[in-house]
Design a protein around this ligand. Structure first.
Ligand code: NAG
Ligand code: NAG
Ligand code: NAG
Ligand code: NAG
Ligand code: NAG
Ligand code: NAG
Ligand code: NAG
Ligand code: NAG
Length: 481
């Protein structure tokens, strides 16, 4: 029993020991650590406190921490990163790009921006031959690069975004020889690629002073230049790189646009121009101007077949109708210009020849009537005619008297017969003279007609020579010199 008690006692004691030994170390550690910690805290107090603050700041994240700016900037960075990664829609991307306020030209190290113009769609609107103005519409596609407007496709997973055109810089083109140029944006928006390439289009309505060569009017064809350029100065600015030009075939009145090509004067970058080849549709003008002038001249020539008296009225009518066409011509053509149209000379010639032939007809008519052109001879001849009539009137009573007398005496029978004979002779002489005059006048008329025809033939030859022989040239790029 005692042994058992002992064993129990030792067992209990060992358990006690085990529990005591298990409980002992913390108390030991606490007693041993307590003198160390104050020193540690003293030496590293500042770092400990800052650490504790920092942990508090990071956990609460939005709290403002005035003690250390490094930690606050760090916390701001993390917070902004959180917001960007949360909003990756197209609108967020667009807003992010708009906020960059890229309103100045893309700033490249070499100071120039290269503007690609891959396509120009050209259309002639009108050609004013009277004022020598030329109106056209250009749709210009452009693309350029603005590295500031690129984005990371791993964050925003879009290749393109649409931005309003007013929020970013767009190139401004101008027409150097334009009288008036209206430029409007093709759209209110433009397309931005993720690599910073921007695509845009503008529509330019431009009015250009073009010295159209009207020398061969109405069979005219000429070139007009539209000098499209961008601003550049001292190696800064923009440089245009052109691609293709397409014509939209729109009828522009009497003028046909045959071709448009891009050129640069003297290989200079800043002197690009579109050369528009224009051709006049001459049928209309030919029918309304040239043909009538030819036909009227022809009618004038043929009118020589008419008898002299009737001819003058006809010729005056021809002249008047020709003046109407002359009026029409002066409405079509400009007052001056380097190469004045040769048709003006033609019309002047036609007018002169019509007037001359009318005058000639008048003269010959008079010649046929009177046989002379001397002034006063007409009144004299009239007087003689009157006198003739008067004499005839005087003679008749005489004859009547003579007839009465004849009854009285048969001796005087011969006298009236003689007088009648004389009268008849005189009448036949008058007829002879008139016939001679007429014949002479007809001869003169024939000669005049021959001269007229010769003049016309010579004129045609001279006209052909000037028309085909010596073309007048106008430099379409004269405005640059
Ligand atoms: C204080 O901290 C630094 C590093 O943070 C450490 O190198 C240094 O030993 C610490 N001082 C004490 C007294 O513990
Ligand atoms: C952490 O911040 C809370 C409230 O913002 C404050 O009650 C606590 O004392 C702070 N702790 C430390 C270690 O600064
Ligand atoms: C912290 O802010 C102080 C003044 O507020 C400034 O002098 C110091 O350079 C800033 N330190 C850093 C790392 O930004
Ligand atoms: C940018 O992307 C567009 C469209 O994919 C492409 O046409 C253009 O060549 C690219 N530009 C550069 C510099 O890679
Ligand atoms: C430009 O706009 C004005 C006003 O709208 C207009 O009168 C003018 O004809 C336009 N010019 C051209 C070349 O289109
Ligand atoms: C240019 O015009 C032709 C004919 O009108 C058309 O077939 C072609 O596709 C156009 N080119 C472009 C780039 O629009
Ligand atoms: C001519 O004489 C006849 C008869 O003598 C006469 O009847 C006639 O009236 C006279 N005529 C003139 C014009 O005198
Ligand atoms: C015949 O005509 C001439 C001149 O025309 C004239 O002098 C003469 O008197 C006329 N004779 C008669 C009988 O009428």
């Amino acid at each position: 029993m005692r042994l058992m008690d002992h064993s129990i006692m030792t067992c209990l004691f060992s358990i006690f020991l085990v529990t005591v030994s298990a409980a002992k170390p913390p108390s030991n550690a606490a007693t041993s650590a307590s003198p160390v910690t104050p020193a540690n805290q003293l030496s590293n107090a500042s770092t400990a406190t800052s650490n504790s603050f920092q942990t508090n700041a990071t956990t609460t994240s939005s709290s403002v921490d005035p003690s250390s700016n490094t930690s606050s900037s760090l916390s701001e960075d993390t917070s902004s990163r959180v917001t960007t990664s949360s909003c990756t829609t197209r609108r967020c991307l667009a807003n992010m790009l708009i906020e960059k306020e890229a309103l100045s030209q893309p700033q490249s190290p070499q100071c120039t921006s290269i503007i690609h113009v891959p396509l120009i769609v050209y259309k002639t609107l009108s050609v004013d031959t009277k004022k020598l103005l030329f109106k056209s519409c250009l749709q210009v596609m452009m693309s350029w690069e603005d590295p500031d407007l690129s984005w990371d496709t791993s964050v925003y997973q879009y290749d393109t975004v649409v931005l309003p055109v007013r929020k970013i810089w767009t190139p401004d083109l101008h027409v150097a020889n334009g009288v008036q140029t209206n430029t409007t944006h093709g759209n209110q928006d433009l397309l931005v690629h993720s690599n910073g390439t921007i695509e845009h289009s503008v529509i330019m309505n431009t009015l250009v002073q073009c010295q159209v060569n009207l020398y061969k009017y109405p069979f005219t064809s000429d070139d007009c230049a539209i000098a499209i350029n961008a601003w550049a100065l001292n190696g800064c600015g923009m440089q245009l790189k052109f691609g293709n030009v397409n014509i939209t075939t729109a009828d522009s009145g009497d003028w046909l646009t045959e071709a448009v090509e891009l050129n640069a004067q003297g290989e200079r970058n800043d002197r690009n121009y579109l050369l528009v080849s224009l051709k006049m549709r001459s049928e209309n003008q030919f029918l309304s101007l040239v043909l009538p002038s030819i036909l009227i001249t022809l009618a004038d020539v043929v009118s020589y077949a008419l008898p002299l008296g009737n001819r003058i009225g006809f010729k005056v009518k021809l002249m008047l109708s020709f003046v109407m066409f002359l009026n029409l011509l002066s409405n079509f053509l400009p007052g001056g210009g380097q190469c004045s149209p040769i048709i003006e000379c033609h019309f002047a010639f036609c007018l002169i020849i019509l007037v001359l032939s009318t005058l000639q007809s008048m003269v010959v008519t008079r010649l046929a009537k009177c046989g002379t052109l001397l002034p006063g001879s007409l009144s004299k001849s009239k007087h003689t005619n009157l006198k003739d009539n008067g004499e005839n009137g005087d003679e008749e009573p005489e004859t009547n008297i003579s007839v009465i007398e004849m009854k009285d005496s048969k001796k005087r029978k011969n006298k009236p017969l003689q007088k009648l004979l004389k009268l008849l002779k005189n009448i036949s002489a008058e007829d002879d003279k008139a016939a001679r005059n007429h014949c002479f006048a007809n001869k003169v008329d024939m000669i005049c007609l021959c001269i007229y025809l010769i003049i016309l033939i010579v004129y045609t030859a001279v006209m052909a020579y000037y028309y085909f022989g010596s073309p007048c040239k106008i430099d379409p790029l004269g405005f640059w010199n």
